[in-house]
Design a protein around this ligand. Structure first.
Ligand code: ZN
Ligand code: ZN
Ligand code: ZN
Length: 255
């Protein structure tokens, strides 16, 4: 299984427009963080987790192919779904609607945001989506067996995903104990860490580290980072050996 990290920034991305802090003005390419998402490939199957507003740029840079079998959405906030329209080249090349798996409230939001894709008299250039509601039942897509994980993002229930010994959790503020039980024995965990100060709807760095400590994955990568978390290189030095800040374009190969 191959995981390609498409973006690791928080909702505004880094650099933030007009910000002159040391992270937003850093020359290190690893301090440039597009909005979050990932591509998972196993055998002939490819799924994407979330569709960020930077999706066109991300696919051109890190996955320049016209093959995606399905999109798993964690939730409907715009930093996770705004790029769905940019899947058009892939939808047209594959000659079929893009399968989207998400919670019912997320799918309802998708119908509103991309209303022109759900009208009866469809405009010929509109992207077509095939919506699949999920809850906690495993999902089988090609060679991938996907276990949805219930996550609380302040008051909003959202989903993380476990695929084999890999899990992708973003925008978490709380993970219920029975869901934590589904996240043991991981080779790789991707988890959100917004900043150092506490935040009402996202784990800060300490909460992410505490969660990693409870789950004990072999390796953990941080994502959904804001500029306040600091420079990539500083964070890398400060973290324990098995934890690293992820960066855009990171590729993880798993047996
Ligand atoms: Zn987000
Ligand atoms: Zn900044
Ligand atoms: Zn969110």
């Amino acid at each position: 299984m191959k995981i390609t990290i498409l973006g690791t920034g928080s909702s505004q991305g880094i650099p933030i427009i007009g910000c002159d802090c040391q992270v937003c003005t850093s020359p290190d390419p690893k301090d440039k963080r597009l909005r979050p998402g990932a591509i998972i490939e196993k055998g002939q199957t490819t799924v994407m987790i979330d569709a960020s507003p930077d999706l066109r740029q991300q696919l051109l840079s890190f996955y320049n192919k016209r093959h995606i079998d399905a999109v798993l959405l964690t939730h409907e906030h715009r930093d996770h779904v705004a790029g769905l329209d940019d899947l058009r080249p892939i939808i047209f090349a594959q000659h079929k609607s893009m399968d989207i798996y998400a919670l019912p409230h997320t799918l309802e939001a998708i119908k509103k945001i991309f209303f022109y894709s759900f009208e009866e008299d469809l405009y010929p250039g509109a992207p077509q989506f095939n919506l699949h509601p999920i809850d906690l039942e495993p999902i089988d897509i090609g060679q991938l067996h996907i276990i949805p994980i219930k996550i609380m993002h302040y008051k909003m229930e959202i989903r993380g995903f476990r695929i084999d010994n890999f899990a992708y959790i973003t925008d978490a503020k709380y993970i219920p104990p029975e869901e934590m039980d589904k996240l043991h024995n991981l080779d790789v965990l991707i988890i959100n860490a917004l900043r150092r100060k506490i935040h009402y709807s996202h784990f800060n760095l300490q909460e992410a580290l505490d969660t990693i400590d409870k789950l004990k994955p072999k390796k953990a990568y941080l994502t959904h980072m804001g500029h306040n978390i600091g420079l990539h290189q500083d964070l890398l030095k400060e973290l324990p050996q098995n934890i690293e800040p992820a960066y855009d374009g990171l590729v993880i190969n798993l047996k």
